[in-house]
Design a protein around this ligand. Structure first.
Ligand SMILES: [Zn+2]
Length: 92
């Protein structure tokens, strides 16, 4: 079910933090994400977390941070999806 009050998906957030260059799709996504996180602290925090991970991966200097556990965007995506599922269960 899609509606205006639905939270951003992990996929959307990852696309938002990792896209390079503007095109019609990323412009639409960016305006959707930006307008949502203005009013939603939950998603703002998640987008920030994704941004940190994304930047850390891009600056490979930050590799040390991730050396303990293998953390990459896919792991984060998975965790976030699980968290979303749990949150949805709690809502019901
Ligand atoms: Zn939200």
């Amino acid at each position: 079910m899609k509606n205006n009050t639905e939270h951003l998906t992990a996929e959307e957030m990852i696309k938002f933090v990792s896209f390079k260059g503007l095109n019609e799709e990323t412009k639409e996504l960016a305006s959707k994400v930006n307008s949502h996180i203005l009013n939603c602290d939950v998603c703002l925090e998640k987008v920030r977390a994704f941004q940190m991970v994304s930047e850390a991966i891009q600056n490979l200097d930050a590799n040390e941070i991730f050396s303990k556990e293998c953390v990459d965007l896919e792991c984060v995506l998975e965790k976030c999806a699980q968290q979303e599922e749990e949150e949805n269960k709690e809502d019901n």
